[in-house]
Design a protein around this ligand. Structure first.
Ligand code: IPM
Ligand code: MG
Length: 368
């Protein structure tokens, strides 16, 4: 039997609760689709700081290095909020792990089922069919990582801070390929978002993307949009997009906007694919829910596990090639939710269930 070897990093807040439900579900899915799980858990985020003095402990990095994928929960919480920004769990865990595994391609599906369109802050009549788009964000370049990045004190005593936005042709081309691959499985339309009316990096981005698509994917309809307009268009008519494709910081902002118009962060998964292949010759990747640690409801057993479950489905698809199992999980989540089993974040007047019962409802749909 095929064995899936992955690292499990539940993190903080609701992370461990939704992870437990997800791992149970995965092992049953494995029995059905013919794979076994071989996973090792590690500390990350606040619990990493508490237990090892580091948000991304060396021991955790090591176990990720020995795995074919990382299933990630979420990190952070009030306990660590007074730390300096650089040491806070989110930044001190996520940025180095992205760098360590060259996780350059962030894929965030923006999916809102039609039945849940009340959950969106957009008027239901604007999205009668729900929302179905995907954001491809470059994740290891741009202003997040460019050097110099520093704060200095000028002779006058005034302080001066610099971040550097930088992209190379190669970085743009490899993420363009991910946008192409994604569009080919969907509506074959890509909107590349930049700020080419102001930024040098965006002028290069647009040039390279245009040439790359022309050469490698002439069948894809490519358009370009400035980021300020894209932010407006996303709120006006999200389904005008199929694949929204952009650099690191613009993607950070637009993917959160996409998350909020899709209703509940409790439903949104993400994949961050690496430049390296795993032992199965598939992309090594990190899979995490788009929402946070939800400290306000942590420990109560009421968090929505769907985003974590859907992230596990992405892991099966991208890092393990288990497409059938991934499709089945996604369909089961959809059926469970649309047939009325809902956690509080998506209940809207319907009676709501807890984390475990939500997981069981998904399982029942899988077995139906
Ligand atoms: C995200 C987060 C991170 C980012 C933070 C926590 C460093 O907002 O994954 O979108 O900015 O990339
Ligand atoms: Mg963000």
């Amino acid at each position: 039997m095929k064995t899936l070897k992955f690292a499990v990093l539940p993190g903080d807040g609701i992370g461990p609760e939704v992870m437990e439900v997800t791992l149970n579900l995965l092992s049953i899915v494995g029995e059905r689709y013919g794979f076994a799980l071989d996973y090792t858990e590690g500390d990350v985020g606040g619990i990493g700081i508490d237990n090892h003095g580091q948000a991304l402990p060396d021991s955790t990095l090591e176990l990720c290095r020995n795995a074919d994928a990382i299933l990630f929960g979420s990190v952070g919480g009030p306990k660590w909020e007074s730390l300096p920004p650089k040491e806070q769990p989110e930044r001190a865990a996520l940025l180095p792990i992205r760098k360590a595994f060259s996780l350059y391609a962030n894929i965030r599906p923006g999916l809102l089922y039609a039945e849940l369109n009340d959950a969106s802050p957009l008027k239901a009549e604007r999205i009668p069919e729900g929302i179905d788009i995907v954001c491809i964000r470059e994740l290891t370049g741009g202003i997040y990582f460019g050097q110099p990045k520093e704060t200095t004190t000028l002779p006058s005593g005034e302080k001066r801070a610099i971040d550097t936005m930088v992209y190379t042709t190669g970085e743009i081309e490899r993420i363009a390929q991910v946008a192409i691959d994604t569009a080919l499985t969907r509506g074959k339309r890509v909107c590349s978002v930049d700020k080419a009316n102001v930024l040098e990096t965006s002028v290069l981005w647009r040039e390279v993307v245009t040439a790359y698509f022309k050469k490698h994917a002439p069948e894809i309809e490519l358009s370009h949009m400035y980021v300020d307009n894209a932010a407006m268009q996303l709120a006006r008519d999200p389904n005008q997009f199929d694949v929204l494709f952009t650099e690191n910081m613009f993607g950070d902002i637009l993917s959160d906007e996409m998350g909020v118009i899709c209703g509940s962060l409790g439903m949104l998964a993400s994949a961050s694919l690496g430049a390296e292949k795993n032992t199965l010759d598939l992309p090594f990747g990190l899979y995490e829910p788009s929402g946070g640690t939800a400290p306000d409801i942590a420990g109560q057993g009421i968090a929505n596990p769907c985003a974590q479950i859907l992230s596990a489905a992405l892991m099966l698809r991208y890092s393990f090639g288990e497409n059938e199992a991934a499709d089945a999980i996604e369909a089961a989540v959809r059926k469970a939710v649309t047939s009325g089993t809902r956690t509080g974040d998506i209940a809207f007047g319907l009676p709501s269930v807890g984390t475990k019962a939500m997981g069981e409802a998904v399982l029942q749909q899988l077995q139906a």
